[in-house]
Design a protein around this ligand. Structure first.
Ligand SMILES: [Zn+2]
Length: 156
């Protein structure tokens, strides 16, 4: 079976919905999540997302299916509460680790450099791991951005 790149989405909700529809239609498909790799922390906004791959033989059918879902999805996009424009786009930002946690890591590193013993290295390591886990497990913050007045607003 040949695999072909179908589409790119920058939000997981939409990507999941497309995957579900493709599977329901019996089209072999897969998703590549660009936000899960060592570079995850560097991605911002539209850069990272989800690539959908499908069986190349059923590409046209799959494309029609996801185009319809994307269209439905875009129909739900609300208008800007400030200027009432519907020229808005969906944006997602990777989950952020609270700043206080990074301060703790910073303090732990300073403390480690001053003491330079095994215990302080272990404590610093634990802090770092907690930060990395927190970063990976925090959900993306998603919101709408108005292209007319640059207002950002929540989607709920
Ligand atoms: Zn606006």
């Amino acid at each position: 079976m040949k695999v072909r790149h179908l589409t790119h989405c920058n939000n997981l909700l939409l990507a999941d919905e497309m995957m579900q529809a493709l599977q329901d239609a019996g089209i072999v498909c897969g998703m590549h999540d660009e936000t899960i790799n060592e570079m995850a922390g560097l991605y911002r906004g539209d850069a990272a997302g989800y690539n959908l791959m499908v069986d190349a033989d059923r590409y046209d059918e799959a494309l029609a299916l996801v185009s319809r879902i994307r269209q439905q999805y875009e129909d739900y996009v609300p208008s800007c509460p400030v200027c009432d424009s519907s020229d808005v786009e969906w944006r997602a930002q990777p989950g952020r680790v609270p700043r206080s946690l990074w301060w703790l890591v910073g303090l732990a590193i300073v403390w480690t450099l001053l003491n330079n013993n095994i215990l302080s290295w272990v404590v610093t390591g634990v802090f770092l791991i907690v930060c990395i886990i927190a970063k990976r497990t925090r959900p993306d913050h998603t919101y709408y951005h108005c292209r007319q007045c640059d207002n950002d607003f929540d989607n709920d």
